[in-house]
Ligand binder design. Structure first.
Ligand SMILES: [Zn+2]
Ligand SMILES: [Zn+2]
Length: 244
């Protein structure tokens, strides 16, 4: 077996227990140890909304349990309480940047398998049967989807087994940013809307989980949360592979 990313052969230490595991299900990650070690899990104290690790944040940008950015979002009545939590798995380090570039921009779709185990584990740690959410992948514009051949957010959502995935969002063609003030622009120029055949009753009081690859400024996820809010769900959270 070869590492999906660097093509080096993966040497497996065969023990009786690994033989047993191999015979029941193949659980070995399709990545070599050297690459695997470059994936940095987010651990330790984090912003309770966006998962930003405080270890990598200057304390002056921290407001109690929140990072400065989330604090500012929550101060704004337009955005307050919309996205209750973003759960991120990895630090967006140079290695993951490279890995995601190969996955998304060079169309190496196989690489998604590398994220199967981490995303399933995180999902199981975070949600139980009672608060089990509907997964909503962030859509690409149709032009982008055509160029790329797949939507990475949907591919990631597909890794979470046995959860309903609903592609109820559409993204309009991304236009050049206008000269309005940032806060106005965020509201007026949201590129997201619900597909016209979305039945709001189906989502009322449900838990919704937006799926995307990277949390950067949180703007995209909040614009989506704003759209989803019209469905009166019980909660809107997001799960992202990486926190930059
Ligand atoms: Zn490797
Ligand atoms: Zn935050």
């Amino acid at each position: 077996m070869k590492c999906l990313f660097c093509d080096q052969p993966i040497t497996e230490i065969i023990t009786w227990s690994s033989l047993f595991i191999l015979s029941s299900q193949n659980t070995h990650p399709p990545i070599c140890d050297q690459c695997n070690q470059k994936l940095e899990l987010i651990t330790g104290e984090q912003c309770i909304i966006c998962s930003r690790p405080f270890s990598k944040l200057d304390p002056k940008f921290r407001k109690k349990d929140l990072c400065n950015d989330c604090y500012n979002w929550e101060q704004n009545p337009e955005w307050q309480g919309l996205l209750t939590q973003n759960i991120s798995i990895f630090h967006y380090n140079d290695f993951l940047k490279e890995l995601l570039a190969q996955f998304k921009f060079r169309g190496d779709h196989e690489l998604v398998k590398i994220f199967a185990e981490p995303i399933q584990t995180k999902f199981k740690q975070t949600f139980d049967q009672k608060n089990s959410p509907i997964l909503i992948p962030v859509p690409l514009s149709s032009e982008r989807q055509y160029e790329r051949g797949f939507n990475q957010a949907l591919s990631l959502a597909n890794l979470i087994e046995k959860q309903p995935i609903e592609e109820i969002l559409e993204r309009s063609h991304t236009e050049k940013q206008s000269k309005k003030k940032r806060s106005e622009r965020l509201l007026a120029d949201s590129p997201f809307h619900l597909k016209p055949d979305t039945n709001p009753k189906h989502y009322k009081n449900k838990n919704l989980l937006i799926i995307d690859d990277i949390y950067t400024t949180g703007t995209t996820l909040r614009q989506i949360a704003k759209v989803l809010q019209s469905l009166s769900p019980n909660s809107i959270k997001s799960l992202t592979l990486a926190r930059s």
